[in-house]
Design a protein around this ligand. Sequence first.
Ligand SMILES: Nc1ncnc2c1ncn2[C@@H]1O[C@H](COP(=O)(O)OP(=O)(O)OP(=O)(O)O)[C@@H](O)[C@H]1O
Length: 348
Amino acid sequence: MSIEVRGVTKKYGDFVALDDVSVSIPTGQLTALLGPSGGGKSTLLRIIAGLEVADGGTVEIEGTDATALPPQRRNVGFVFQHYAAFKHMTVAKNVAFGLEIRKRPKAEVKAKVHELLELVHLEQFADRLPSQLSGGQRQRMALARALAVEPSVLLLDEPFGALDAKVRKELRDWLRRLHDEVHVTTVFVTHDQEEALEVADEIVVINGGRIEQVGSPDDLYDAPANDFVMGFLGEVTVLDGHLIRPHDVVVHTLPAAAGAGAVRGEVVRITRVGFEVRVAVRPEAAPEADEVVVTLTRTFARSLGLEVGSTVWLEPEDGARVVPVPRAVPVGTLGAADPTEPSEVPVA
Ligand SMILES: Nc1ncnc2c1ncn2[C@@H]1O[C@H](COP(=O)(O)OP(=O)(O)OP(=O)(O)O)[C@@H](O)[C@H]1O
């Protein structure tokens, strides 16, 4: 393991930002620290970097106890959301900076800067000033600069957070490809589930100063450890007191086809979302409860002949992951009516 965090606690006054956190971050992988705002992601990253001192616990980087080491002796590269470049220096000079202060030979610095600018696709911008770059280009320059000193670990705190959605998506794909080329152990903070699921090899879910689960994107999505992880990573709905993914609910239009425990309800809304259809069902036994939301392919929905007012029977798909609902699920992840979704369209 490349980074071993053991029993780390951090308090700000009485507030516990990290509560006895232990996690192993594997060598050579791209790991996301994912969680809601205020959960402690940045605090953990900053403690790994040495920019913040923990109140208790240890941090080991590549087999060395780094707990008491200053940031510059940890061999980590760091990139923040708002990257502060030297404004009066060219892109090439900014990238060269870390090598020059380490007094590396001129020819070596030149070759390395060239190689790095190629890697981040900025070779044609070497002589520009940072102010002459777009936001996405500036973040790529920041990454080149962090990589210049060959860190054993690269730490990125919402590196693309300040950019618009399209550039963010491009950079995220680019980071994945860069990582496949360079393989430096990389830890990045994000509160964006999709970003973590798409880019990371491994995801550490942090909430309320504690680690909820560590696993691959598939592990977390298919086998969430608890209701928090299930609700945070992917859409959920409530069926008979259990959280379930909306695509894991089977819809029957005849009671004979359904199992004894199926929930009988009335279709109250049908919404088309791209190639899927979202069907909201009010359970008959508990009309005041949340609507159950089911997603179906359009073809299947059509074959069932569903309409608003239809009576249906719902049950979990064989092998579906269901988790009892013991506590609040993050706002906005329950599958019921989402005002940002496209308006209702009949299934034609
Ligand atoms: N210097 C500080 N002084 C007091 N409280 C702090 C300080 N830094 C962080 N906190 C608090 O610690 C908690 C964790 O903060 P942290 O920045 O680690 O969260 P985060 O998960 O990275 O959130 P975000 O996604 O919003 O950046 C927050 O409630 C925050 O207000």
